[in-house]
Design a protein. Structure first.
Length: 541
C-alpha cells in the first residue's frame, strides 16, 4: 500500500479521516476538500485489478456484443455533446484509457483523426483490430510521449479518478493539446444524486479509484493544471439493466445489489437488454487549454460614481499596492458622475495596468460591475468600491486561498467578532436598523441556499474568473451582490469567508444604499435568481 504524501491540488499534507468504504480508508483534505483513499493500492495491486476481465462484458458472446453496442451508443451521445462544444471543427483526437476502442471508432466516423492509449494489452489489441495497427498504444499516465500541441481534443472517460497525481497528469495533457484545445472528462461526482443518496456505500468507492472529485475540486484541479472555460454538467450514459446487474454483482453494495437483483429477476429479458439513457454517478466536464502565464493576473474591478472625495486616493493606492504572487490589472468603470469624479478618473488613463471605461449614464453599481467583468482578462477577479470603507491591506489574505487552490470563491466578511459593522456616530438609530436588516436578509439568503454565510453583502468578493463561465448577470443595483452569491453557490462554489477590516461611512458621508428600494430589490432578487434559470440561454442550449 502507498501513502499519499500531499494533496495533489493544494499540496496540503494533513488529511481528515471520513469513513471506511469497501475496506478503504477515505480521507479529505481540509483545505481544498478533495477526497481520496489513503493508503492507496500499490502498482502491483492495481495491475492485478486491471486484468483482461476488468471490463464487464461477461463470458458469453451475447454479453460482449451487448456491451459494445451500449458503449458505442454512449460514444455517439458523447460525440454529440463534443460537437455542441466544438462547433464544426475537427482535428486530431486522443483518448486516454480508450478500452476496446468503441469511442474512437465512432469519433473516426465523425471525421476525427484518432489515437488512443490504454493500460490493458488485451484492450489495446481489441481496439487495434477495429481501428488499424498502432492506433492505440499500450501505456498509462506516466507513458505520455506525444509532442507539445499535437492534439486538438483529448478525452478521458472514467480515467482521472485512477491516476496517482491527477493535477500533474492534467498538466501533461494541457501541453499535449494545442492552445485553446479541448479536454473532455467524465468522472464520478461526489455531488451526484447517487453519491448523496448512498453515502459511504456509493458504488464508486473502489480500490482502483484513488481520488473522488466534486464540482468544486474538479474545477480547482483543472485551473491549477492550466485549463479554463470549464463547462460542467451531470453525465449521461447509455446502459442496460443487464449491465447494471453485472456491475452490482461485481462490485457489491449492501441493499442496492440485492435490490437490483430483484428488479433484474422480475423484468422481462427484452427490457433487461434495452439501452436506456441514464444519469447516475458521474459528471462530464469540458475545458480549454489556456495559454500559460508567468504569474496569475488579478483583475480589480472598481465601479465609481460621485466619489470625488475618495476616488483619486483609492486609485493611487491601488496602483502602488504591492501584491505577492500575482500581477494586477485595474478596471475602473465610471458611470457619468456629476461631482467631478469623471475628470479625476480620466487623469489615470494611460497609467500602467489601468483601464478606464466610461458609461454613458448611471445605471447602478451592479451594472458597472458587470461592465467591468466584460473587460477583465485576469485569472482572478476582485470587486473594489470607489470609497475607502475597506482596507486594501486585506488583499493578500483574501487572495491566499485562491492562489493555493483551497477555494474558488472568497468573501471578505465584516462580521468577525461583532455584528455591529455599521456604527454611525451621528445616526445611531439608522445604524441599528441597518444592522438588524443585515441579520434578517442574511438569514433569509442562508435559508434559501442552505449556507451559513455571515456577510453575503460584503463588497469584497474575490473569485477565479472561470467561475463566471456560462453565467449571465442581470441585476443593476445593490441586488447584484445577491445575484452573484446566489449564482456562484448554485453553480457549486462554497464561499470561504475571511475576516476583513471595515469602517462604514454614513449617509451624510456618501453611502448610496437606500432603506426602502434596495431591500425590496433584495427580496425580488432572491426569488428571481434562486428559482430562475442558472445559466444563460446560450449555455442552457
Amino acid at each position: 500500500m502507498d501513502l499519499v504524501r500531499s494533496c495533489p491540488i493544494c499540496r496540503g499534507g494533513e488529511f481528515e479521516f471520513q469513513f471506511k468504504a469497501n475496506g478503504l480508508s477515505i480521507v479529505r483534505c481540509p483545505r481544498c476538500r478533495l477526497m481520496f483513499s489513503d493508503p492507496q493500492p500499490d502498482d502491483q495491486a492495481l495491475s492485478a485489478i486491471y486484468s483482461n476481465d476488468y471490463f464487464l462484458t461477461g463470458p458469453e458472446g451475447s454479453a460482449v456484443s451487448g456491451y459494445r453496442s451500449m458503449k458505442r451508443a454512449t460514444a455517439r451521445l458523447y460525440l454529440d455533446q463534443l460537437a455542441a462544444y466544438l462547433g464544426n471543427s475537427r482535428g486530431k483526437l486522443l483518448e486516454i484509457g480508450c478500452g476496446t476502442g468503441e469511442f474512437l471508432v465512432e469519433a473516426k466516423g465523425k471525421g476525427f483523426e484518432v489515437a488512443g492509449m490504454d493500460l490493458s494489452s488485451h484492450a489495446c489489441a481489441s481496439a487495434n483490430l477495429l481501428l488499424g495497427p498502432d492506433t492505440v498504444k499500450l501505456g498509462g499516465p506516466d507513458d505520455l510521449a506525444f509532442a507539445d500541441g499535437e492534439f486538438d481534443v483529448c478525452v478521458l472517460f472514467d480515467v482521472l479518478e485512477h491516476v496517482r497525481d491527477p493535477v500533474v497528469f492534467l498538466e501533461k495533457l494541457r501541453r499535449t493539446l494545442k492552445p485553446g484545445g479541448t479536454l473532455f472528462v467524465c468522472t464520478p461526482d461526489l455531488d451526484s444524486w447517487s453519491a448523496r443518496l448512498m453515502g459511504q456505500r456509493w458504488m464508486e468507492f473502489k480500490a482502483e479509484h484513488l481520488f473522488y472529485f466534486g464540482r468544486q475540486t474538479i474545477q480547482a484541479a483543472l485551473a491549477k493544471a492550466g485549463f479554463d472555460g470549464v463547462d460542467l454538467a451531470p453525465n449521461h450514459k447509455i446502459l442496460t439493466l443487464d449491465y447494471v446487474h453485472r456491475h452490482f454483482k461485481r462490485f457489491p453494495v449492501p441493499f442496492f445489489s440485492r435490490l437490483v437483483s430483484w428488479v433484474h429477476a422480475l423484468v422481462p429479458k427484452v427490457l433487461r437488454e434495452r439501452e436506456v439513457k441514464v444519469v447516475a454517478s458521474g459528471m462530464r466536464v469540458f475545458a480549454r487549454a489556456a495559454a500559460p502565464r508567468p504569474r496569475p493576473v488579478l483583475s480589480i474591478v472598481v465601479p465609481v460614481y460621485n466619489e470625488a472625495a475618495t476616488a483619486g486616493q483609492l486609485l493611487e493606492a491601488l496602483i502602488q499596492k504591492p501584491l505577492s504572487g500575482v500581477d494586477k490589472e485595474i478596471i475602473v468603470v465610471e458611470s457619468r458622475s456629476t461631482d467631478g469624479t469623471r475628470d479625476i478618473v480620466e487623469g489615470f488613463r494611460g497609467r500602467p495596468g489601468v483601464t478606464i471605461v466610461h458609461e454613458e449614464a448611471p445605471r447602478g453599481k451592479g451594472h458597472a460591475v458587470r461592465t467591468g467583468f466584460s473587460h477583465a482578462s485576469g485569472d482572478l477577479v476582485l470587486i473594489q468600491d470607489g470609497d475607502l470603507e475597506y482596507d486594501l491591506n486585506d488583499y493578500d489574505q483574501l487572495l491566499e486561498p485562491l492562489l493555493r487552490f483551497e477555494a474558488a470563491f472568497v468573501l471578505g466578511s465584516r462580521h468577525s467578532g461583532s455584528w455591529k459593522i455599521r456604527q454611525f456616530a451621528q445616526e445611531p438609530t439608522i445604524a441599528l436598523g441597518m444592522n438588524l436588516g443585515h441579520l434578517f436578509f442574511t438569514a433569509l439568503l442562508n435559508l434559501s441556499l442552505g449556507t451559513r454565510l455571515k456577510d453575503p453583502f460584503t463588497m469584497y468578493k474575490v473569485f477565479r474568473r472561470d467561475c463566471l463561465e456560462g453565467l449571465e448577470f442581470k441585476a443593476d443595483r445593490f441586488d447584484f451582490d445577491w445575484e452573484l452569491v446566489i449564482k456562484l453557490v448554485r453553480k457549486g462554489y462554497k464561499p470561504l469567508e475571511i475576516p476583513v477590516n471595515y469602517r462604514s461611512r454614513s449617509f451624510k458621508e456618501g453611502k448610496k444604499v437606500t432603506l426602502v428600494k434596495d431591500p425590496l430589490l433584495w427580496i425580488w432578487a432572491l426569488l428571481r435568481f434562486r428559482l430562475g434559470p442558472l445559466f444563460s440561454k446560450k449555455k442552457a442550449a
